[in-house]
Design a protein around this ligand. Structure first.
Ligand code: NAP
Length: 289
């Protein structure tokens, strides 16, 4: 890897990842050298909102670890592009379908796709989120609040409920919600969004308790600030980027691939005794409720 104005971080033991951080922008240039593993071989996964960003990286990592994966999002073109990209990388056990997580018919078709293409379901990754409101929590208007909670919380609840018969048929499974560091430490300008992510931490605990004896584990990923379209307003090079970087001990934003490995771990046998937990992946940002 040519480093230029990048400063090499390390060869991280075990993960075989070469990384370098651009000291001007705080953005990680990340070269994944890791090979595929088979720790999810035979498993079938659904990842919502997975044609871009964190969801796409999660889907890719689950595929690399041997799972068959259904990717989905609202737009057919994005679904087609994501499937094509993954297949071009040699990840053939992928299928794609349109699913707006707020639409019941779409969710039904999503589960049907997993059953028809891959024979069942073992893993549900609920990753979709909306944020139509910027500002303090009590400045959020009712319509925006409803939209945030419909997409971020209610759809996660409904997807989990609808996945249960399929997971039970397999004798167990794994659900992972993608929350946010903002659910533990609210972002002042993302008030309502932060509260919706806190709700996912509660959903994780409550669902995990009620499903523990059925061999269905429920866990949660709370990303910090990750370089995606969703976080562009924070990570793009302007004043907000510099303020954001000051709150990150690692002095850089995360990249989507760094989220994929955490989710793959939570879904694997390596995490067989972990349920009801939230893993924060935030470069060291404050993460206590
Ligand atoms: P992103 O890069 O903007 O990707 C968003 C993806 O979601 C796209 O594939 C989009 O495709 C799809 N999508 C949007 N609305 C949808 C809906 N209603 N139903 C189904 N798919 C939908 O976003 P991201 O940053 O990866 O965010 C993913 C998750 O991580 C979210 O839950 C977010 O809250 C969380 N998170 C992100 C950060 C961050 O810094 N990026 C930090 C903490 C938590 P279509 O347009 O085709 O639907």
């Amino acid at each position: 890897m040519s480093l230029g104005r990048f400063s090499r971080l390390s060869m991280m033991t075990g993960r075989n990842v070469q990384a370098a951080v651009n000291m001007t922008t705080g953005v990680l240039k990340y070269s994944t050298l890791q090979g595929s593993s088979s720790k999810l071989a035979g498993k079938v996964a659904i990842v919502t909102a997975s044609t871009d960003g964190i969801g796409f990286a999660i889907a890719r990592r689950l595929l690399k670890d041997g799972a068959s994966v259904v990717v989905s999002s609202r737009k057919q073109q994005n679904v087609d592009d994501a499937v094509m990209k993954l297949q071009t990388e040699g990840l053939k056990a992928v299928s794609g379908i349109v699913c707006h997580v707020g639409k019941k018919d779409d969710r039904t078709k999503l589960f049907d796709e997993a059953v028809n293409k891959f024979g069942g379901l073992d893993i549900l990754i609920s990753n979709a989120a909306a944020n139509p409101a910027v500002g303090a929590v009590l400045d959020c208007d009712e319509d925006a609040w409803d939209k945030i909670f419909d997409i971020n919380v209610k759809s996660a609840f409904l997807l989990s409920k609808e996945a249960l018969p399929l997971l039970r048929k397999r004798g167990g499974g794994s659900i992972v919600y993608v929350a946010s560091i903002a659910g533990l430490q609210p972002f002042p300008v993302l008030g309502a969004y932060s509260v919706s992510k806190t709700a996912l931490l509660g959903l994780t605990k409550a669902a995990a308790q009620s499903l523990a004896t059925e061999n269905i584990r429920v866990n949660c990923l709370a990303p910090g600030i990750i370089k995606t379209r969703f976080a562009q307003a924070i990570t793009d090079p302007d004043a907000s980027r510099d303020i954001a970087l000051q709150s990150i001990p690692m002095q850089r934003f995360g990249v989507p691939d760094e989220m994929g490995g955490v989710v793959a771990f939570l879904c694997s046998e390596d995490a067989a005794y972990i349920t009801g937990e939230t893993i924060v992946a935030s470069g060291g940002m404050q993460s206590r409720l």
